[in-house]
Design a protein around this ligand. Structure first.
Ligand SMILES: CC(C)(COP(=O)(O)OP(=O)(O)OC[C@H]1O[C@@H](n2cnc3c(N)ncnc32)[C@H](O)[C@@H]1OP(=O)(O)O)[C@@H](O)C(=O)NCCC(=O)NCCS
Length: 162
């Protein structure tokens, strides 16, 4: 059966460094209307209030996704999470979010907030799995070129509640 039955090696979750920034910028631009440049990403990663992780292939070479959160005292906000479009639905987003939430908890964070478009089922499913709940809504917040604007939902997770 080998090699056809071999499971792919698991991805590596590591801290994001400036070396990863160009690949992260490419992923971000592919996922969002207003992408972040490599220098914006490198600057954020160097900010002591920002926690940033990448998902790498098992060889540690290819950037498959990244996530960033800003923390202040006992609160944090997930700024972004992106997985390469060809690698989605394989558990990478969950692995990254898990790493971020654990690292935030180690920093003493007890509440995590984020903003997500109401028409983003993938992100909503990911956040629901980690216990995020809606605490607010900005109606018609995100313009959509081919339809009505989407609301922005504000979600919150209490770290110690599973
Ligand atoms: C949101 C995103 C990060 C999820 O990453 P991913 O690696 O595909 O997520 P996972 O494979 O870890 O899946 C996590 C959960 O979401 C669910 N999910 C993933 N994609 C989904 C989809 N398109 N529709 C419905 N559910 C979906 C999975 O089934 C899984 O749920 P489960 O644990 O109950 O089985 C990814 O879709 C992405 O990069 N999207 C573009 C950027 C984006 O929208 N970021 C969020 C901004 S707020």
């Amino acid at each position: 059966m080998w090699p056809f039955s071999a499971k792919p090696a698991p991805p590596l979750i590591r801290r994001l460094s400036s070396d990863h920034a160009p690949a992260c910028a490419k992923l971000h631009a592919g996922a969002f209307h207003r992408g972040w440049s490599a220098s914006e990403i490198a600057n954020l990663a160097a900010d002591s209030t920002v926690l940033a992780h990448v998902a790498l292939d098992s060889a540690g070479r290819e950037v498959l996704g990244f996530s960033m959160a800003r923390h202040a005292a006992s609160e944090a906000e997930i700024l972004t999470i992106v997985i390469d479009a060809a690698r989605r639905k394989a558990g990478l987003g969950a692995a990254l979010l898990d790493a971020q939430l654990k690292a935030l908890q180690d920093l003493g964070v007890v509440e995590v907030f984020l903003e997500v478009a109401a028409d983003n089922p993938a992100a909503l499913a990911l956040y629901a799995r980690y216990g995020f709940e809606k605490v607010g809504e900005r109606k018609a917040y995100y313009a959509r070129p081919d339809g009505p604007p989407s609301s922005a939902l504000i979600l919150r997770r209490a770290q110690l509640v599973s």
